[in-house]
Design a protein around this ligand. Structure first.
Ligand code: NAD
Length: 341
């Protein structure tokens, strides 16, 4: 019988790309659970399903549920037993977490505990993936790349709530001997991303002739930087880990429980370079100004960086992004429904 995977947050940006890859590359049945908040939109899945066969489409079911609450018996019966859980649902925007920290604790910590409880009661659970972020390590000084088991240093409520979810995952793996592991993913971009995020926001700003704000240091000379990775590459890495036989037994001599994996972007880009690439892809001039967000609003980190060595040793590396960024700019301009929200 085909395996069944529960993917949380399927109306969201990254999870809908993951669902697409699971439909394309496996014979697994998928149940996705989402509460469809301001960033969740089932039209993402609807768009992607246009390119799938009727058989592939029939393998996906969507269930409306807010993970702040436990699943009730009716929903449990509807979902049935699952073999794999990939937990991606979360409040995902740093600025919103700064304005509404408690909402992030509820969605990302309480919500994670509820899905872990669901998983704990599964009779045949093979794997549980907790999908976390590079931001739990906090800002990375020049020259530093954090390894999977480095210390956490969450500098805003979003990253703290994701780190809180991680620690619950570690505790459940250890206490209940569950097949759990954690990924730390760098900044993701791609088709159908919410326009509050930097890349779609900049595409729109450049298109409309506006001035792009570049997050910088306090001297307003050094732009912030990130490693970007396309959502399809993230889905590829996630499937790689879900299918890899050693994921749960990977060697770790740090004494820290629970396997963890960094999913890294190929190249570090500063925000100015990225904005310039977005302007070039549109054949437009880039108007920009540096803004020292960090001094005015602590919680914005200038640089994040992770080491991708562990995944590379296992046989997975990311693809280059330059061409992908240009493609996403073109796609987004041609699909304004996802931009002009
Ligand atoms: N976007 C990035 O660059 C990035 C990088 C690293 C990690 N992540 C992580 O990846 C995951 C997905 O991020 P995204 O960018 O696709 O976010 P997104 O905001 O596009 O999607 C999140 C989805 O989760 C749903 N959701 C939120 N709270 C919920 C709850 N309590 N119950 C049920 N559904 C709920 C939302 O409705 C939405 O559909 C998150 O866990 C995020 O922390 C994102």
């Amino acid at each position: 019988m085909a395996k069944k995977i529960l993917i949380t947050g399927g109306g969201g940006f990254i999870a809908h790309h993951l669902i697409n890859q699971v439909l394309k590359r496996t014979d697994w049945d998928i149940v996705t659970v989402d509460r469809l908040d301001y960033s969740g939109n089932l039209n993402r899945l609807h768009d992607l399903l246009q390119d799938r066969t009727p058989e592939e489409r029939s393998r996906l079911r969507t269930i409306f549920h807010d993970l702040k609450a436990e699943f009730n018996p009716m929903l449990l019966a509807d979902i049935g037993d699952v073999d794999i859980v990939a937990h991606l649902a979360a409040g995902s925007h740093v600025d919103r977490s700064i304005d509404h920290p408690m909402e992030f604790v509820m969605d990302n910590v309480v919500g994670t505990c509820n899905i872990l409880e669901f998983a704990r009661k599964q009779p045949n659970l093979e794997r549980f993936l907790y999908f976390s972020t590079d931001e739990v390590f906090g800002p990375a000084p020049e020259g530093i790349k954090y390894d999977e088991y480095d210390r956490y240093n969450s500098t805003n409520p979003y990253s703290a709530s994701k780190a809180g979810g991680e620690e619950l995952a570690v505790a459940y793996q250890n206490t209940y001997d569950m097949p759990i592991y954690i990924t730390h993913t760098m900044n993701v971009f791609g088709e159908r991303q919410h326009p509050e995020k930097f890349i779609p926001m900049t595409i729109r700003n450049v298109r409309d002739g506006g001035t792009v704000t570049i997050h910088s240091d306090e001297t307003k000379t050094i732009p912030g930087s990130r490693h970007y990775i396309h959502a399809e590459d993230v889905a590829d890495a996630t499937l790689f880990l879900l299918e890899h036989t050693d994921t749960l037994n990977i060697e770790n001599n740090t004494g820290v429980k629970c396997p963890k994996f960094n999913i890294c972007g190929a190249t570090e880009l500063n925000n100015l370079e990225l904005a310039q690439m977005i302007a070039d892809a549109q054949g437009k001039e880039l108007k920009y100004e540096f803004m020292d967000f960090h001094s005015s609003r602590p919680g914005h980190d200038l640089r994040y960086a992770l080491s991708g060595e562990r995944m590379a040793k296992m046989g997975w590396t990311p693809r280059p992004v330059d061409q992908r960024i240009a493609e996403v700019v073109t796609w987004t301009l041609e699909n304004r429904r996802w931009l002009d929200v």
